[in-house]
Design a protein around this ligand. Sequence first.
Ligand code: SF4
Length: 430
Amino acid sequence: MRVYLETTGCRLNQSEIETLARQFQQTGHQVVMSADDADLCVVNTCAVTTDAERVSRQIIRKLNRANPAAEIVATGCYAHLSPQVVGVLPGVAQVVDNFDKDRLIPLVLKSEVTDVFDHEPLDRDKVAGASGRTRAFIKVQDGCDNHCTFCVTTIARGVGRSRPAADVLREIQALAGAGYQEAVLTGVHLGSYGHDQGEPDGLLRLARLILDHTDIPRLRLSSLEPWDLSPDFFRLWENPRLCRHLHLPLQSGCDTTLKRMARRTSQAAFSALVQAARAQIPDLAISTDLIVGFPGETDIDFETSYDFVRHMAFMKLHVFRYSRREGTGASRMKGQIPESVKKDRSARLLTLSDQGAQAFFAQFAGREMDVLWEQIAGAAPDGFYNSGLTDNYIRVDMTAPAVLTNTITRVRLSAVTGRGLSAEWAAAAR
Ligand code: SF4
C-alpha cells in the first residue's frame, strides 16, 4: 500500500508522524511524497488553538480534493477531542485517538509492527512537515500531569509516560549511523521525563546517556517547563554537543495571571532560572511562549507582563492569542477578552520579539560559529543559497559554490538579516 503522511502542530506531532512512517515502511508499505500517489493518507491533527483545528480540517479537505479515492485516517489531538467532527470530514475513513496512536497500523491495516530499528532508518524527506535529513525529532515522553487552566493538550494526551532510555539511545544511534547531524528530544512535558518511573532527574540522566553513548553530533532539547529545571541541570552544557538554546514557556510575565493559569512559576522564579542558565551557558539563546488575552488579563496585567518579558531579553517570542478550549478551567472563567484587545497585545509582543531577535543576532556579527546546513533555497550564478542553524538557533544564510546540506562547517558571520545572519563563503574556515 502507498501511504502519504502529513502533520501539523507541535514537534511531538512531527516526531510521531516520522515514527509512523518508519513503521509503515517496516511493514512493507511504501511512503510516498504526494497524496496524489497514495492509497492511504494519515493526518496527525492538532487542537492547541481553534486555528490549529481549522488548519487540521483544511489539510484533510486538501488531501481529499487531491485524491478522492484515497482513504484518510485522522489521528492526533483534534481527532482525539472531536472525533465526531473529524470523522465526517470528506474522505475520512477512520479516526484513531491519541491513546491508540501507537497501534495505528494494526488498527487500520491489521499488520503487525515489530521493532522499528530492525530496518533501515526512514527517509524523513518523504514525510510532509518533517525536517529533512539533518535534524530528527525524537519523542521520548507523552502526556502531562499538570493542569494549566488553558491547556487542552493535557486532556488530549493523558498522564505523563516516559519512553525507556534504552529505546531512545538505540533510535538516536541509528539516526547518527544514517547520517543525521542533530537529534531533538521532544515530549508534551519533556522536563517530566522519568517522573512516572520515580526518577525526578530523569531528563538529566537521559541527556547524559545520549551524550556518552551515541555519536550524534548535536543534541537539542525542545520546550522545557521552567519549574522542571534546577541550576544543576545547566551543567549538562559543559558538553559542547548540547545545543545552547532553551525554550522555556513562560505564558505570562504577570504573577496574578500565572496563578490563574495554574502555572508553577512566578516572575521571581523564572528570572532566577534565566540568570542561572545564562551564567552557566555562554551565548545561550532563550525563547518562550506567551499567551495574550487570557481571561481576566487587565491592561495593567498585560503591561506588567510586557515589562517583564522585555527585561528577560528573549531571543524569540512565540505569541498566542488565548483561545477558549472546551473542557479547560479557563473556558469557564469570567472576563473573556475581546479579540481586538488580544490582537493589539499580540502585535506589541511580536514587535518586541523582532527587536529581541535583532539585538541577539547583532552580538554575533563578526564571530565564528559552527552552522549545520539544512537546505538550499535555490541556485544563483555565483553558487547555491545555503541555509542552516547555529547551535544557538540563529538562522544563517550563505551563498557558496557547493551544496553544504547536512554538513557542519565553521563560518564567520557577517551582517544581521531579517531572520538571522549572513555569512561569507570566503570566510568559511572548514
Ligand atoms: S505543562 Fe501545562 S501547558 Fe504544558 S502540557 Fe502540561 S498542562 Fe499543558
